[in-house]
Design a protein around this ligand. Sequence first.
Ligand code: ADP
Ligand code: MG
Length: 313
Amino acid sequence: MSKRIVIALGGNALGNTLPEQAEAVKITARAIVDLIEDGNQVVVAHGNGPQVGIINNAMAALQKEDPNQGPTPLSVCGAMSQAYIGYDLQNAFREELLNRGICNMPVCSIVTQVEVDPADPAFQNPSKPIGKFMTKSEAADYAAKTGYLVKEDAGRGWRRYVASPKPKHIIEAGAIRALSEDGHLVICCGGGGIPVYRTERNHLKGAAAVIDKDFASELLAEQLDADMLIILTAVEKVAINYRTENERWLSSMTPDEARTYIAQGQFAPGSMLPKVEAAVKFAQSKPGREALITLLEKARDGIAGRTGTVIRQ
Ligand code: ADP
Ligand code: MG
């Protein structure tokens, strides 16, 4: 049965360096084109952690080299990462489609802005470390020079911290939907989208923030009226008692069961927790909707009900 599916690609779909990404997208393309071959309408969202880090560092180096260059806003680094990742994915998807004889499916990336609420409490409590690690004194200098917030990151050194507000609205949803319904393979919401907020009249201003890509993908799935949200990551299933001797891999969860596990602290914040929260939100957003969390290479088996963790009412 053909479904409208939003896919959220995790870090392993793209790798950590430029050469890694060039290789990783080939495997990613096979997994995505499998689903298209099965007759599904697929829209692809993706993360950008390592890539936006690389770009951020490169732009900081540029500023050092050329005093005429000011600092590059994080929103601009995010836009650059969407274009760079979009390029590699577009190229790999096109090649894989053509290799399988699917010659009538144009591929495109949409630079995507996602509206956030400037009153979101997340702005009062920046929780997301980004960019390079610094010593305490480097961090103090950096903070004095830039006005950015710096904190220690889990004993690994000092880093810049930004807010991670909830996505409210995908500005380009109309274009994404029109292209997808017209048979294009659309890549969008890279890195959770470029966070923007409304200032006076119609102006959208970039925010120094990072939107979680799992939450942005969930919102995209709702806005596109998708049947299924698939979060592809580095584990085949979600576990309770993860990495303990009582570890148990789950084939399915209801939203109520998931909430119980969340309350027990079963899912690590910043990795599995946002995925399960996004899956629960989507599964509850309308009858019949379901979410799947599985490995990139297992997407096809997961849709067929053979593996992964399904979250449904
Ligand atoms: P992505 O880049 O796909 O968003 P993350 O590293 O953010 O990947 O999240 C996936 C990781 O979450 C897994 O690789 C796993 O190590 C970790 N994880 C934390 N808690 C759990 C759990 N309860 N069950 C399964 N995986 C978990
Ligand atoms: Mg993640």
